[in-house]
Design a protein around this ligand. Structure first.
Ligand code: ATP
Length: 432
């Protein structure tokens, strides 16, 4: 049932008590200001799907700015408002963001241009959206569900459906979005929608779209939990080739993507918050190109230099890393080697070797524990103990680290480390 009382209850469930209280504040404000305000977009879809979602997107009929101001003030948040787009974001003290937009009657001046904005009604606003499942709203005045385009039915039927025949032509990035929602929820793109998608794909429309908008969609997809499904479908629909001619279907690429996904799914041990999944997957997707070809791909110009270099060089650097540790017998020398590579390269190296190989296990252990098994003694202390300044310090630290690793749970204390340096490390260094 989608009766208001029920909608309210479901919202409280998927948002949690605190976030729901923000929505209640918006609702009271809408009533007291006699202004129509709606909750829109992905969160309404996820409400029907009963999936948690914390993206609060509001649409205000008429001018959103005074409403957004009042709401920000009431919730002690900060408001940033873009006059030109008549949209704003309120950032609450706990970090939650509330997007506020004026209901808009966008028209696209040319396919892929940013929409111009004039104030219009909620139904028109929803009609401008990509798929029926994303084009529902909840009125915050009444907590009624507004479903003009059959979104609820499509969720029941597990279908991704555009709202009209020109949808993909109006905005070709929706081709990627269709795949993203289809694969994320294990839905199907509807038959007619699929026909329209293929037709739009053959028109080569992406050329006219800014790299930033395309990359945004691609990044979203590659950051999904199971991107291999998304990539498989993109291959099947031949959508990646429209981004770069080298990205046609390739079984080996798909295998590598799957291994990366497996690795990242079980990688709770990695604690790598700064890991850029999209960049890792692109390094795999574009691995057959030469670095100088990759650096110049327009789509990648949005990325930082570091990320682009990782995409361009990551795969070959990972081969080099594997080669080196393979030919290195001593643990401390292996440690010294890997420590010079970024975590991303280590992951790529694991993906291109396999779990039957010793180097794979070494790299996993390195990421899992060795990298955090650092000696108590610091470089300057080693120098005071007689280790010559320069690369020998790093050598000594790695020898110490290897010693700690070998001791396992019986971690040496400071005295034992000092003893090890005097008895083992120093003679070894002076012998060279
Ligand atoms: P997610 O759960 O991945 O955040 P979302 O539905 O919130 O999904 P967003 O990209 O944040 O996706 O977009 C928010 C809403 O804006 C969508 O639900 C959709 O209604 C609308 N929208 C976004 N991009 C487009 C587009 N290219 N064309 C039409 N409508 C769009």
């Amino acid at each position: 049932s989608q009766r208001p009382r029920h909608v309210r209850k479901m919202l409280r469930e998927i948002l949690g008590k605190k976030n729901f209280s923000y929505l209640e504040a918006a609702s009271e404000l809408a009533l007291s200001r006699r202004q129509s305000v709606y909750l829109v977009g992905g969160i309404v879809r996820d409400l029907i799907l009963r999936t948690p979602n914390f993206d609060i997107d509001l649409v205000v009929e008429g001018d959103a700015q005074p409403f957004a101001n009042a709401l920000a003030e009431q919730l002690a948040g900060r408001l940033r408002f873009h006059e030109r787009f008549k949209t704003g974001v309120i950032i609450l003290p706990d970090g939650l963001r509330i997007d506020v937009a004026s209901s808009r009657n966008e028209y696209y001046e040319s396919p892929g241009a940013l929409p111009s904005v004039t104030v219009g009604s909620i139904k028109r606003d929803l009609y401008r959206r990509d798929f029926s499942i994303n084009a529902m709203a909840v009125s915050l005045n009444t907590f009624e569900l507004l479903d003009f385009f059959g979104g609820v039915q499509d969720i029941r039927d597990r279908k991704v459906r555009v709202l009209h025949n020109l949808s993909f032509i109006e905005d070709p990035t929706r081709m990627f979005r269709a795949v993203r929602f289809e694969q994320r929820y294990e839905f199907d793109i509807g038959d007619q929608t699929l026909k329209l998608l293929r037709r739009a794909r053959d028109l080569d429309l992406l050329q006219h779209i800014s790299s930033q908008r395309i990359y945004d969609e691609l990044r979203h997809m590659l950051n999904e939990e199971y991107p291999s499904r998304h990539i498989a479908r993109l291959f099947e629909l031949d959508l990646l080739r429209s981004l770069h001619s080298s990205m046609g279907f390739d079984r080996k690429t798909l295998e590598l993507v799957s291994s990366m996904e497996d690795l990242l799914v079980v990688s709770d041990f990695l604690r790598m918050e700064d890991l850029r999944r999209d960049v890792l997957y692109l390094a795999i997707l574009l691995r057959s190109l030469k670095p100088e070809q990759i650096i110049d791909i327009p789509l990648l110009q949005e990325l930082s230099r570091r990320d682009r270099q990782l995409i361009a060089l990551g795969f070959s650097r990972s081969a080099e890393l594997l080669q080196c540790i393979h030919s290195e017998g001593k643990l401390w020398r292996k440690l010294r080697l890997v420590s010079q590579y970024e975590n991303d390269i280590i992951l790529l190296a694991m993906v291109r070797s396999n779990s039957q190989q010793r180097s794979w296990h070494f790299l996993r252990d390195y990421l899992r524990s060795y990298a955090n098994t650092l000696p108590i003694l610091r470089g300057d202390e080693l120098i005071k103990m007689g280790v010559p300044e320069g690369p020998a310090v790093a050598d000594a630290l790695c020898m110490l680290q290897a010693y700690i690793v070998r001791r396992g749970n019986n971690r040496p204390d400071r005295d034992e480390e000092e003893l090890f340096v005097q008895r083992i490390v120093m003679p070894c260094l002076t012998r060279r």
